[in-house]
Design a protein around this ligand. Structure first.
Ligand code: AMP
Length: 289
């Protein structure tokens, strides 16, 4: 596995590979890798000849009260996990290399970032899209794989690529969960045993909405109320539960393509999750960790 830190070297590597006719698949991450990230690598591998995985904890997407300094980091472990999944190139740009100065020009995410995570975390998606645009310019991938776990992010990246004519394909992979339903996240490492149990309220709430919908209920207000009932569990502070379409707008009637998005705090940890009604929580990938 090749390891590259310098942005220019990354671009040269990619161009060299492309010159040899190889398709490049790209998985951007913030590290502290888990099976959710690694399944994105598998998807990239299935669709490309070379896989680049980047690890960069992007200061631009963290707010002043967010966990930038405490975000979990373990490069040794990440290296072993990436190598074990046959990543061809690990891109590890230092912060000063991507941001030699405070960037003045940034990507404006537009109205799809107004609600949900965008409302809870002002400036977050501007930071995300700015770094994703930079990484796309350095890696020049043919395809990039994102997780549906961060649904709003994945839809915004897709929209940026369409609106700004980035010449690459965005693949969105299903959420990877623990067997008990908890969606894998690097931030789960913040949870103690009680909080981890409490955090199951999110996937339980998604399942409750899914069940009510399968039972014939299609009114989003009723479905949201049902989800909120289940989300309001001891140790859980709900932030939102909403039924939206791929455009992140609220739906007037729930159908198989409707996505239920949920966010809550468990202790000091903010957790997000979602489900596509037609696929269901059971349609996601479950793994034993
Ligand atoms: P992060 O390192 O949290 O920024 O995530 C990097 C990529 O992995 C993003 O595209 C996430 O959506 C994706 N990801 C994170 N957790 C999961 C999960 N449980 N299942 C699938 N993809 C995930």
């Amino acid at each position: 596995m090749q390891e590259i830190s310098a942005p220019e070297e990354m671009r040269a590597w990619s161009r060299g590979e492309r010159k040899r006719g190889r398709r490049i698949g790209f998985v951007p991450t913030m590290g502290y890798l888990h099976e959710g990230h690694l399944q994105l690598v598998d998807r990239a591998r299935a669709r490309a000849d070379r896989v680049v995985l980047s690890i960069f904890v992007n200061p631009l997407q963290f707010g002043p009260n967010d966990d930038f300094t405490t975000y979990p980091r373990d490069l040794g472990r990440d290296r072993a996990l990436a190598g074990g999944r046959a990543v061809d190139c690990l891109f590890l740009p230092p912060t000063v290399a991507l941001y030699p100065a405070e960037p003045e020009v940034r990507v404006a995410p537009g109205p799809m970032a107004d609600g949900l995570e965008g409302a809870a975390r002002p400036g977050h998606f501007q930071g995300v899209l700015t770094v994703v645009a930079k990484l796309f310019h350095l890696v020049e991938p043919d395809i990039a794989v994102f997780g549906r776990k961060d649904f709003q992010q994945a839809m915004l990246v897709r929209r940026m690529v369409a609106d700004l004519d980035f010449g690459l394909e965005i693949d969105v992979a299903p959420t990877v969960r623990e067997l008990d339903g908890l969606a894998l996240s690097s931030r789960n490492s913040y949870l103690n045993a009680d909080q981890r149990r409490a955090a199951l309220a999110l996937s339980r709430a998604l399942r409750a909405v899914e069940q009510a919908w399968r039972g014939g209920q299609a009114d989003p207000t009723v479905l949201e109320r049902r989800g909120m009932e289940v989300l309001r569990a001891p140790g859980v502070t709900p932030e939102y539960l909403a039924l939206v379409g791929e455009d992140l707008r609220p739906v007037t009637r729930a159908d198989a393509r409707t996505v239920v998005v949920v966010a809550a705090r468990v202790g000091a940890t903010r957790i997000i999750d979602n489900v596509v009604l037609g696929e269901g929580v059971g349609g996601d990938v479950s793994v034993r960790t």
